[in-house]
Design a protein around this ligand. Structure first.
Ligand SMILES: *Cc1c(COP(=O)(O)O)cnc(C)c1O
Length: 234
């Protein structure tokens, strides 16, 4: 059974916390965009979130996202791909994604550019930075990010519009702040590079989005706090 009222209530609570964190950071609540991360949740659950006003959806896997996109369409919705993407699925990602958060290596970036160019279009993406240097996390190192941006800024069909990171899983969100701060500082350093825009800082998930907003996040990726726990299929 889908507890539609829970999703509506959860979303209201998340919006309130986002607004509180934004104001505490001296920013406007509407400057922070909430991406509702619907991976492993059903189309009916997503519909409940849409009814409650969600307009940005985040998905991890290309196949799942494409299927949901086919059912729900693109009208009034912005589709975010936030999970790691195999290079050979770049073309499939282009078919539905409005913004790809998880560009974590040069080969993927170049393939997205190449496929978009073939279609005579561009693709908006964020460069994923591995701020915590955990082996399990994908992404560019902080040191590797600026040199890469200098090069990729010339790939005309790849529109780099910001950076993304994930903090390591820690109990106290305050301890995540240095990772978020590092991403913001990188974006500040990259702001004047030709061919890139640092419009978006995608950081913060259910457990740490308030800390991320305090450090400058304007795109937060929130799953569990909106949809409840995910039932991972085996
Ligand atoms: C699943 C996921 C999220 C959302 O995680 P929650 O803790 O459920 O909010 C955010 N970002 C990425 C990259 C994810 O894979």
């Amino acid at each position: 059974m889908i507890l539609v009222s829970n999703i509506t209530g959860n979303l209201a609570a998340v919006r309130q916390s986002v607004a509180r964190a934004a104001l505490a950071a001296g920013r406007k609540p509407e400057d922070v965009t909430i991406v509702a991360v619907s991976k492993n949740h059903t189309v009916d659950e997503i519909r409940a979130a849409l009814a409650a006003g969600v307009t940005h959806l985040g998905e991890n896997r290309v196949q799942e996202a494409a299927a949901k996109h086919a059912e729900l369409g693109a009208a009034g919705l912005t589709w975010h791909l936030i999970g790691s993407l195999q290079t050979n699925k770049a073309k499939q990602a282009l078919a539905f994604a409005d913004l790809i958060h998880s560009v974590d290596r040069p080969e993927l970036a170049f393939e997205l550019h190449r496929q978009a160019e073939r279609l005579g279009r561009s693709i908006d993406c964020l460069i994923q930075v591995n701020t915590s240097l955990e082996d399990s996390k994908h992404g560019f190192t902080a040191e590797g990010t600026l040199p890469f941006l200098r090069e990729a800024g010339r790939w005309g069909s790849l529109r780099i519009v910001g950076l993304m990171t994930m903090a390591p899983p820690i109990d106290d969100p305050e301890q995540a702040r240095p990772y978020f701060r590092q991403l913001r500082q990188l974006a500040e350093q990259a702001a004047d590079l030709p061919g890139v825009q640092m419009r978006w800082l995608s950081m913060g998930m259910s457990g740490d989005y308030e800390a991320a907003i305090m450090e400058g996040a304007n795109l937060v990726r929130i799953g569990t706090a909106i949809f409840g726990p995910r039932a991972y299929p085996a």
